[in-house]
Design a binder for this molecule. Structure first.
Ligand SMILES: Nc1ncnc2c1ncn2[C@@H]1O[C@H](COP(=O)(O)OP(=O)(O)OP(=O)(O)O)[C@@H](O)[C@H]1O
Length: 586
């Protein structure tokens, strides 16, 4: 029962893959047909050569003349077809492979993108990378290693057996049986034996890649804590587990190669044994014996790749399932069918919002109400884990709330397509990512068509223009991986400039000064003040000191709801949650 379910699943996965390959069916068939032509030419070449050599020898022994023009011409024709066919086949199949690969990668990335970040948080970057690269590569092999060999083997076997039957039905029947054993039974046996190990190999490769990535990324920590030897042992253990399965698979493929060779030799001997009496009786010419024997043996070259192809099917199906598991995930936020509404202003309303990341977890926001009037500046404060960043996650439509409603510009947030909602929002966070490009590349991310004047204006407002000018290549200076060329404060100011360049009416600031020393944070507040002007601002911070001059209102969040609101001065003067928080945060 279990096995039947498994193969039904495999068939469904294969059909799904086939549907993906549809646009390239023409290329794929052309490649397979050229491979078939080369294969048949090879069989023909061996058979005619056998016939030719035997005839020549016999003619020499008997001292009779022999017309060697026809077989010699045939041999030349087969040899040319085989060489030309193989060349063209490689050309076409590789072209088809590259096209498929490009299409599969784009197809996967298009489906991946709407899942970020909510549905991808459980997956590590290395795991995703290995799905994009190694799993897609493995899938792509399906065409070269499975589709082409199966088509070639099936058609070549039928053709060879049919031609053979013209000369000797018993030889044709025996060869057909042995071809079926080598091309059908053996691959199926191998597929069953290799399926589990194949799936484990895909899994083990990812685990090993993650461990090595951790070892490289956390090298300093491993050294400081003297954990290198333990980590090394873990890499070794995972590597050995992978090798065990790979060894098992190579053992199977070696066995299969030997078994196909054995079938080919049995076919040759069967041809000799079956035809020898007819040769003795004079009903079949002796040269035809050599031709049939070599013909039978050569036919097995077509089925030679099949056992390995089916053995690899386990690996390929495991890769397909890993890809489909991501592709089939529902995005955390739905896209409404029609056009997104036009906001009437830059106001935001949270009304009775309840939200949690997972149904098994407690509510993160529980009856959360907050109104941000258009153009107002509000700080959201609260203890660590109170749910402040989750408010921003909802507003940026990375997640949807389960109960209550959120309005953006007078319309429900859920009526906006996620990208359209984000179009009205700029975000500066403590971990704003800087890409491994130039300063300019990082700025243009916010507005690709921005002109030099507006770029400079945004950088001046964020107090980062002078810093950039002092870099060796100014705005064209490469920033290095994750912006390593800049200090924490400079990187944060560049992120503010990027947000300013976007020129969105709503600005979300998630702990923009976190991790900076007091002097740098103070300078950054100057940049922030200009970024805030004329916008609806929601600032999340643990630093309550500078709030007085920066925002109109402070909202205190505790256990998922607002417990106090008021101007910074009024709250500081009242005995309540804000004062308690001041004491807590120092
Ligand atoms: N992506 C996530 N998946 C599951 N749970 C999450 C996720 N992000 C946050 N949480 C949980 O939601 C709760 C609120 O987290 P949130 O980051 O919103 O708090 P915060 O007030 O911003 O905290 P901090 O001040 O420490 O940044 C925490 O219990 C946290 O563990």
């Amino acid at each position: 029962m279990k096995r039947r379910d498994l193969s039904a699943q495999s068939r469904a996965d294969l059909l799904r893959l086939w549907a993906l390959f549809q646009p390239y069916v023409g290329w794929m068939l052309a490649g397979a047909l050229l491979a078939l032509a080369a294969q048949l030419a090879n069989v023909g070449l061996l058979a005619v050569s056998g016939h030719f050599i035997a005839s020549m020898a016999l003619a020499g022994v008997a001292g009779i003349t022999f017309n060697y023009f026809t077989p010699a011409a045939l041999i030349r024709a087969f040899a040319l077809t085989r060489t030309g066919g193989r060349y063209l086949e490689r050309l076409i199949t590789h072209e088809a492979t590259f096209r498929l690969l490009a299409q599969l990668r784009v197809w996967f990335y298009e489906r991946l993108e709407p899942l970020a970040p909510a549905r991808l948080q459980a997956l590590r970057a290395t795991d995703l990378l290995s799905r994009i690269q190694a799993d897609i590569d493995t899938l792509n092999q399906l065409y070269l290693r499975l589709f082409v060999p199966v088509v070639v083997a099936a058609l070549a076997s039928v053709a060879v057996v049919a031609v053979m039957a013209i000369f000797s039905v018993p030889v044709a029947l025996g060869t057909a049986l042995l071809l079926a054993a080598a091309g059908v039974w053996l691959p199926r046996w191998l597929q069953r034996r290799g399926a589990a190990a194949g799936a484990r190999v895909v899994q083990a490769r990812t685990i090993l890649r993650n461990t090595v990535a951790d070892a490289l990324g956390g090298d300093a920590e491993l050294r400081v804590y003297g954990a290198q030897a333990r980590w090394h042992a873990r890499v070794q253990q995972q590597s050995e587990a992978l090798l065990d399965d790979q060894r098992h698979l190579s053992g199977l493929s070696g066995l299969a190669g030997g078994a196909v060779g054995l079938c080919a030799n049995l076919a040759l001997w069967w041809a000799v044994i079956a035809v020898a009496p007819a040769v003795a009786q004079g009903t079949i010419a002796p040269a035809q014996l050599a031709m049939l024997a070599l013909f039978a043996m050569a036919a097995f070259e077509a089925v030679m790749p099949l056992p390995l192809a089916f053995q690899m099917l386990g690996e390929q199906l495991a890769a397909a399932r890993r890809i489909f598991a991501i592709v089939d995930a529902e995005p955390a936020v739905g896209s409404p069918p029609g056009e997104s509404p036009t906001p009437v202003d830059a106001g935001v309303v949270f009304d009775g919002v309840r939200f949690r990341y997972d149904a098994s977890q407690p509510w993160v926001l529980d009856g959360f109400d907050l109104t941000l009037a258009s153009g107002s500046r509000t700080a959201l404060v609260g203890a660590s884990g109170a749910g402040k960043s989750s408010v921003l996650q909802l507003l940026a439509r990375f997640w949807d709330c389960q109960e209550g409603r959120i309005l953006l510009g007078g319309h429900p947030l859920s009526a906006y397509a996620p990208d359209d909602a984000r179009g009205h929002i700029a975000v500066v966070s403590q971990d704003a990512y800087l890409f491994n490009g130039s300063v300019l590349d990082n700025l243009l991310l916010a507005r690709p068509d921005a002109d030099a004047a507006s770029i400079e204006a945004a950088c001046r407002a964020a107090r980062v223009h002078e810093v950039i000018e002092a870099l060796p290549d100014g705005y064209h200076t490469p920033l290095g991986e994750a912006g390593t060329r800049l200090s924490g404060g400079q990187a944060r100011r560049l992120a503010i400039a990027r947000a300013l360049l976007k020129d969105a009416p709503i600005l979300l600031l998630d702990e923009p000064t976190e991790g900076l020393d007091a002097a740098t944070a103070g300078a950054l507040y100057d940049s922030l003040a200009s970024a805030m002007a004329g916008r609806t601002v929601l600032l999340i911070t643990h630093q309550l000191g500078p709030l007085a001059g920066l925002v109109d209102e402070v909202a205190v969040l505790d256990a998922g709801r607002i417990v106090q609101r008021g101007s910074p001065a009024a709250l500081a003067a009242t005995d309540g949650p804000y004062r308690a928080l001041q004491d807590l945060l120092g």
